[in-house]
Design a protein around this ligand. Structure first.
Ligand SMILES: Cc1ncc(C[n+]2csc(CCOP(=O)(O)OP(=O)(O)O)c2C)c(N)n1
Ligand code: SF4
Length: 281
């Protein structure tokens, strides 16, 4: 039988639901980068599931023509991991905000990282809680003044890349919504990576905390001679207090929990109880 090659373009991943984000929201750039990344891989929309928590960024699955699951605040990862364990044939992407993944969902992030289940996580970081109107988030800078911190935030900011590196994540990258082509390439590489892929996507909230100008000035490509198999060097780049490096910080290949569990279940199916018991006869 002659097979017609399938051509998929970014618009094949676009649903009929129009994004309800504010004009200029960084999340538009991340959405477009995701459409491009999926099209680049010719990923079948009916084999792809996008899972989110709650937040402006977590409305994402509604705007995708893939399968989707808009879950509960901070719980995108339990849903995404369960899905991948049950259906290893599907491509699973978890998306959401810095509040979702680094505040209420931080505990899930830690254990998902350690399990190395083959899913891709895209965190849209705007250093604020957009949906609930601009309170501080774990990535807000020290001293950040908001309606709920009128004297300035008195806590240090969470470092997403350094945290992912120290949690032994097998693919760690950062992109910027204002550079959607570069971000699309990172999403493509993250989805191709076999294991837990963590993509930190800087995605400003012009309504409550406009960081576009600051980030335009601080984002810098990772030096071309960076060795992405060197976790310690990656950590040094992640700890830079002035530059926000863009690109792949770290990547390695190792066994994933979904793969190991699948092998175990195959062994269980092949297990011969009579043969085992005959040893004791
Ligand atoms: C269990 C629970 N706690 C709190 C909330 C309120 N809430 C909704 S979204 C959100 C934070 C949104 O910030 P973020 O996850 O960074 O996403 P953004 O809106 O900035 O994209 C909070 C605290 C909730 N919906 N559910
Ligand atoms: S409030 Fe901020 S994060 Fe939410 S849609 Fe508007 S610009 Fe985007």
């Amino acid at each position: 039988m002659i097979q017609t090659p399938v051509t998929l373009t970014p618009k094949d991943y676009k649903s009929e639901v129009k994004p309800t984000w504010c004009p200029g929201c960084g999340d538009f750039g991340v959405l477009n980068a995701t459409y491009r990344g999926l099209a680049g891989l010719k990923m079948s929309p009916d084999q792809t599931v996008v899972v989110s928590g709650i937040g402006c960024s977590s409305r994402f699955p509604h705007f995708m023509k893939t399968f989707g699951f808009h879950s509960v605040h901070g719980r995108a990862l339990p849903v995404a991991q369960g899905l991948k364990m049950a259906r290893p044939d599907l491509t699973v992407v978890a998306v959401g905000g810095d509040g979702d993944f680094f505040s209420i969902g931080a505990g899930h992030l830690v254990h998902a990282a350690l399990r190395n289940i083959d899913i891709t996580v895209v965190v849209m970081d705007n250093e604020t809680y957009g949906l609930t109107k601009g309170q501080t988030s774990p990535t807000s800078p020290y001293g950040h003044v908001t309606k709920s911190t009128p004297y300035g935030l008195m806590a240090s900011p969470f470092n997403p890349i350094a945290t992912a590196l120290t949690l032994n994540v097998s693919f760690v990258a950062r992109g910027y919504s204002a550079k959607p082509k570069d971000l699309a390439a990172l999403i493509e590489q993250g989805m191709t990576h076999h294991g837990f892929s963590f993509i930190h996507a800087l995605s400003p909230c012009p309504t409550f905390y406009n960081t576009f100008d600051a980030w335009d000035a601080s984002v810098t490509p990772i030096p071309a001679d960076h060795d992405a198999s060197d976790r310690m060097k990656a950590l040094m780049l992640a700890m830079d207090s002035e530059k926000q490096y863009m690109g792949i910080f770290y990547q390695d290949e190792r066994s994933t929990m979904d793969q190991a569990a699948h092998q175990l279940s195959q062994q269980a199916q092949e297990f011969n109880l009579d043969k085992y018991l005959s040893r004791y006869a």
